[in-house]
Ligand binder design. Structure first.
Ligand code: SF4
Length: 891
């Protein structure tokens, strides 16, 4: 933890004209703004001067506001080839895409503070492999740690089976790493006990999009700008994807775009939209579905639907079933789309169903969501009412986690149907997609072995394993955790943590030896006794997964410490080159996995550098939204490596999927489902794949599935969960200043001073009820956090419905409590408390139920409940140095 006060530096050096210049992109949010690193040696004391010919920017200093100015937070000192070097890291003012004016958020604007420097709070980066002996994590050699990991790993696989080896990993930490990790876990170990950082199961995050035929990241950033009406559900991009808002959506608003937010909270982006004619539909958590369907109902009752689009692009029932054959539907997508609960026979059938649903009547929906019903009518008008000249408004829909992590299947089904009837999809300014959270760095090196998962829904429908429930049942004997805050990042996190305690630290088999063979035997005994061993691979030691539970810690290197590749939220693929030395013995994840794999006896991990990993994996990107395989082919034709070729695109990158044309040139893809795109008539050239989604949608016919979204599949959970006497909703999300768990931010003195602890926004009426003022410490607690405890085989249709789970004894009620600092503001809806989503020491997820959406297997993270008890005054209440209780919903 860093010091809680901030004294800014007053001057920093300018890069001299001969500084190295390296193009890269921001490491944080999905936007991935283009950056430049200026690097020059400390030795010799050379720095740039204020005259244009004396510095690398070619500018006379001082410059105009927003000129080539360098903030103290944008300078650091690193080791490069073992020699101290200055680095200045600033947004690229020459880039043509993403952040074309060289803008940045507070997160990326301070990214130079993330690089390792022993004189800064980054000094606690993991620098050597460690093994826990006598209760203490002690530095060891790579061979010592890897030998133990490999021997114990082989034993667990042989004695307890592949599913006993659990792998919980980031999904986005660069394609080179995710390819190596998934090749190891899915192709070689072949464990179904595998998932990513934000879900208990390896399942699609947006089942309704998948089933409708929409790619999550089809739109380009200019589409969000060019919409006449933009509905944003469950996100304020200003808070979490800042440049997407300031550089793309704000210009749209300034050009007359009507902007609608569906959120329980008025944020700065909302305030800006409202000031410029936009609207907030301030729902209570979990009630998106009735409101979305009510908007759709108004549209169809008025006859405002896009009839021509529907005529051309909506499947009939026969068409949505086509291509699946007879018998068991083997994938979730197949069984969901052909299951009577969702499937329709096209628009008229869907409309008939919609008009029969009482919760989709605007007045009823408004009552459930506790909103002004007029907002439903206004939204319908803005989204679909033809203009005076008969043309339709160009409407787009953006969703993100506040929406799809509150009734995961139902909300995504409902919004897909609203999008389809408004003609969203595949045309400039008329799109539907996710805004995104983190960047898109996934590359699959193996397929998920769903047939090994024990999860079965009624009707022989198999679903990916719930890794949390599997661990709670004691089946996971080895947990290999890679770059994720397992425990606090999952729901009902305090009871999950107590199980971790039981399986690890409270197991009698603890290492009390320095001898490698004895350590291996002890860890094997722990696994055999029903306990669990833990390997943790990360850049910092995280409490508790690393600090308390890990038997072995592998230090990983990250951004700027290895050459990596990743895409952003509009599929723009960029190279992130290495520009400095990783601390100590830290190694990239692909290297760690390769060494472990070889010691485990697996073949195919003899890569000599990260380029080789990506080159091997590139064919696995074929047909995907970030297909870059043609770039590799083009690179080899030019005698270059894939990394070299990607590096030539600089901060502009190349927008996937990439096609190779007959003359060998490369063509980018502005948007997916681009119904106006004309592909080369001679078919795909060279390595190119013409995936259907280039010009159509992701279904057998290429048309969309217009699906029902029954509230009843979710309402039993929502009705049971909704606040009772003395309770409020406890929801959570991001704020502008902090990224993810704050792993970098808590090492930035300014951010630590601004946000020293987790906080909760409370409406003034709720605050009065609890006797709380801004700055008070509060206890947030509940004794009814539901936890689904058993893995059952579904037989009857409603076996997994929450009411049935409760009735049949599969739900346990647990207790949870976290502390926070109260911030009283009318910006949050009455009856709702809002927190940062991932403070590791005050985890909001403790208060949300560990019960998955029973159709998809995802958690509904945004649906916590609890009570508030005043504990007393926090130190921030009266001393004004740290934290602020000023309103944030200002424009
Ligand atoms: S908007 Fe996102 S990508 Fe851009 S600078 Fe900020 S954190 Fe980085």
């Amino acid at each position: 933890m860093s010091t809680p006060y901030y004294v800014p530096e007053e001057s920093i050096p300018l890069p001299p004209p001969d500084a190295d210049v390296i193009s890269t992109a921001c490491d944080y949010c999905v936007v991935a703004c283009g950056y430049k690193v200026y690097r020059w040696p400390v030795r010799g004391g050379k720095v740039g001067g204020p005259a244009a010919d004396q510095n690398a920017f070619g500018e006379d200093f001082p410059v105009e506001p927003l000129g080539a100015w360098v903030a103290p937070t944008q300078h650091n000192i690193v080791l490069h080839n073992g020699e101290p070097h200055h680095v200045v890291i600033i947004p690229d003012k020459d880039t043509k895409h993403v952040n074309p004016r060289g803008n940045s958020s507070i997160r990326g604007g301070a990214i130079a503070q993330k690089v390792y420097n022993p004189q800064t709070p980054t000094r606690d980066r993991l620098k050597s492999p460690m093994v826990r002996m006598f209760g203490v994590l002690m530095p060891v050699t790579w061979d010592f740690a890897l030998d133990i990991a490999a021997e114990v790993g082989k034993h667990v696989l042989e004695k307890h089976g592949t599913n006993a080896y659990g792998v919980k990993t980031f999904s986005y930490g660069y394609m080179e790493n995710t390819y190596a990790i998934t090749k190891y876990a899915l192709r070689n170990i072949s464990t179904a006990n595998f998932t990513f950082h934000d879900t208990p199961s390896d399942v699609t995050s947006t089942p309704g999009f998948r089933d409708a035929g929409f790619d999550n990241f089809g739109p380009s950033y200019e589409d969000w700008r060019d919409a006449d009406t933009l509905l944003m559900c469950g996100t304020d991009p200003y808070e979490s994807k800042t440049i997407l808002f300031t550089d793309w959506i704000m210009p749209g608003i300034q050009n007359g775009q009507k902007t609608i937010f569906l959120l329980p909270r008025r944020t700065a982006g909302v305030a800006y939209a409202e000031k410029n004619g936009g609207m907030l539909i301030d729902i209570q958590p979990g009630t998106d579905l009735p409101v979305v369907l009510a908007i759709a109902r108004v549209i169809v009752e008025k006859g405002w639907e896009d009839a021509e689009w529907i005529q051309n692009w909506v499947n009939s029932k026969w068409e949505s079933s086509s291509g699946f054959g007879q018998g068991t539907r083997n994938t979730p997508w197949q069984w969901r789309t052909t299951w009577g609960k969702f499937q329709t026979d096209g628009f008229e059938d869907w409309k008939k169903w919609l008009l029969e649903q009482d919760y989709a009547v605007p007045e009823k929906a408004a009552e459930i969501a506790q909103i002004d019903v007029e907002k439903i009518y206004t939204a319908a008008e803005w989204m679909a009412k033809p203009k005076a000249d008969g043309t339709r408004p160009k409407t787009s829909i953006m969703i993100e986690k506040g929406f799809y992590w509150s009734n995961n299947t139902g909300n995504t089904n409902a919004i897909s149907s609203l999008g389809i009837i408004c003609g969203c999809g595949g045309r400039p300014g008329q799109v539907i997609g996710r805004a995104g959270g983190h960047q898109r760095g996934g590359l699959r090196g193996g397929s998920y072995p769903r047939n090994k998962s024990p999860e079965k829904l009624p009707g022989r429908r198999r679903r990916a394993m719930d890794t949390d429930r599997y661990l709670m049942s004691g089946h996971t004997r080895l947990a290999h955790v890679i770059g994720t805050t397992w425990v606090q990042a999952m729901l009902g996190s305090q009871s999950l943590q107590s199980k971790f305690d039981e399986l690890t630290t409270r197991n009698p088999h603890q290492v009390q030896s320095y001898d490698k063979a004895e350590i291996i035997e002890t860890l094997k005994k722990r696994a055999d006794s029903g306990g669990m061993v833990v390997w943790d691979q990360d850049i910092y030691l995280v409490d508790p997964i690393g600090a308390r539970y890990a038997d072995i810690v592998f230090p990983a290197s990250g951004w700027g410490e290895e050459t990596f590749t990743r895409a952003n939220g509009e599929r723009r693929i960029r190279l992130y080159p290495k520009f400095y030395d990783a601390p100590g013995e830290a190694k990239p994840d692909w290297w760690i996995i390769a060494q472990l794999s070889k010691k485990m006896g697996f073949e195919g991990f003899d890569w000599k550098d990260s380029n080789e990993v990506l080159e091997e994996g590139s064919r696995r990107s074929r047909g995907s939204r970030k297909d870059f395989h043609p770039v590799k082919v083009a690179a080899h034709r030019e005698g270059k490596t894939l990394h070299e070729k990607l590096g030539e695109f600089g901060t502009n990158g190349i927008q996937g999927p990439v096609l190779m044309l007959a003359d060998g040139s490369l063509e980018e893809t502005k948007r997916l489902h681009d119904v106006n795109r004309v592909l080369p008539e001679n078919g795909p050239a060279g390595p190119t794949v013409f995936n259907k989604k280039l010009t159509h949608f992701n279904t057998q016919t290429g048309k969309c599935n217009l699906q029902k979204a029954p509230w009843s599949l979710f309402s039993s959970y929502w009705e049971w969960l909704k606040p009772r006497e003395g309770e409020i909703w406890m929801t959570s999300g991001r704020i502008n200043e902090r990224w993810q768990s704050g792993y970098d931010d808590r090492r930035r003195p300014y951010i630590v001073q601004r946000w020293p602890e987790n906080w909760i926004e409370l409406h003034p009426e709720d605050a009065e009820m609890y006797g709380v003022e801004s700055g008070d410490y509060v206890m947030l607690y509940s004794d009814r956090i539901p936890v689904q405890k058993d893995t059952i085989i579904g037989i009857e249709g409603d076996d997994f419905d929450f009411a049935s789970l409760l009735e049949n004894g599969h739900i346990e009620l647990t207790e949870a409590a976290i502390t926070a600092v109260a911030m009283v503001t009318p910006a949050v809806k009455k009856g709702v408390g809002y927190m940062d989503f991932l403070h590791t020491s005050q985890p909001a997820n403790a208060l949300a139920g560990r019960v998955v959406d029973w159709i998809s297997g995802n958690y509904n993270y945004k649906m916590g409940i609890g009570q508030v008890r005043r504990m007393g005054e926090s130190p921030y209440k009266k001393q004004l140095r740290s934290m602020s209780f000023a309103r944030r919903d200002i424009a």
